[in-house]
Write a protein that binds this ligand. Structure first.
Ligand SMILES: Nc1ncnc2c1ncn2[C@@H]1O[C@H](COP(=O)(O)OP(=O)(O)OP(=O)(O)O)[C@@H](O)[C@H]1O
Length: 292
């Protein structure tokens, strides 16, 4: 498994994501207030914070679901904050949702193939009639789907209906389907929510392998501080819609304002963990909360 911060070959067509002064309001509630951060190409960037901090709102802005009242989100020459969600796949941005949104009766392969819909020239009608171009294309896409399934250790389950898979496997299918769109930027909304320790460990490994193997950027929104600390290259911490910290995992974990925010929320940061993490340094994969 490649450690966070390890040198990787970043794909040359991956631009930074620049979030600049983003504000989102819901009536009288300001869910995000002038939030800025930059996601460097080929990094794993986590957005964390206690309940109600604004994480989901930020995820929805990044994926074009919510419009920002102020500010902007740049991805190379594109403005993510101005794009409709169905258009973002076309510029190489893929999302995997917290709640599994798969077709339970269909096989893993069929679900993954849906991720390649926008890449098919022949279109679904031709594919349905098995016209020659569709058949040729189908073979190529099938091979890529099998490759991505292998990458996420789903190769032996390609023909299994998604509905009978374990929760952890279903979450990996969700991520694999996002990868099937061939993204330059992968957005993950709480990828380990509801997982047990072993499933969490496998998902964390998969995310590190995605970054290392594909050289793409990954932004993940996460509640579980321990998981993020051992995985992310950089962390942005939100609290009550404001950015309260931005830095390496070790830096943010020892930040007094972050500790206060998490302690105040009754959430899972432990000050002794913070001290240990600070001592261990940012590049260690042995920070608390995560098997190495
Ligand atoms: N659609 C909405 N309408 C009104 N208020 C909203 C809406 N979505 C979020 N909010 C409010 O915006 C703030 C930020 O919420 P958000 O869901 O982004 O936080 P979060 O960090 O994802 O929280 P959690 O960890 O609990 O999911 C909260 O005060 C929330 O109540």
């Amino acid at each position: 498994m490649s450690a966070p911060g390890a040198a990787i070959d970043v794909r040359s067509d991956v631009p930074p994501v620049q979030v600049e002064d983003v504000t989102v309001r819901f009536g009288a509630i300001t869910a995000l207030s002038g939030v800025s951060f930059t996601v460097e190409p080929g990094t794993i960037h986590a957005i964390i914070g206690p309940n109600g901090a604004g994480k989901s709102t930020m995820f929805n802005v990044l994926s074009g679901v919510y419009k920002a009242a102020e500010g902007q989100v740049r991805f190379g020459e594109h403005r993510l904050d101005r794009m409709r969600p169905y258009k973002i796949a076309g510029i190489g941005v893929a999302r995997a949702f917290q709640n599994i949104a798969l077709s339970a009766g269909q096989s893993v392969a069929e679900n993954l193939m849906l991720g390649r819909h926008h890449l098919t020239k022949a279109g679904f009608i031709a594919a349905g009639l098995r016209l020659p171009l569709a058949t040729r294309e189908g073979k190529l896409h099938g091979a890529r789907v099998a490759e991505i399934a292998d990458f996420l250790e789903l190769g032996e389950k390609l023909h299994t209906p998604v509905g009978v898979l374990s929760y952890g496997d279903q979450k990996r299918v969700e991520v694999a389907r996002a990868l099937c769109t061939e993204p330059r930027l992968l957005l993950l909304d709480e990828p380990v929510a509801g997982m047990n320790a072993e499933e969490t460990h496998r998902m964390a490994e998969a995310i590190l392998e995605i970054r290392a193997g594909l050289g793409i950027s990954v932004i993940l929104v996460e509640h579980d501080m321990g998981m993020v600390m051992s995985l992310a290259d950089r962390v942005t911490v939100l609290d009550f819609g404001r950015r309260i910290a931005d830095g390496t995992p070790a830096e943010v974990q020892r930040d007094p304002e972050v500790i206060r925010a998490y302690l105040g929320s009754g959430d899972e940061i432990d000050p002794s963990e913070a001290a240990e993490a600070a001592a261990a340094g940012a590049s260690s994969s042995e920070t608390p909360g995560m098997p190495s």
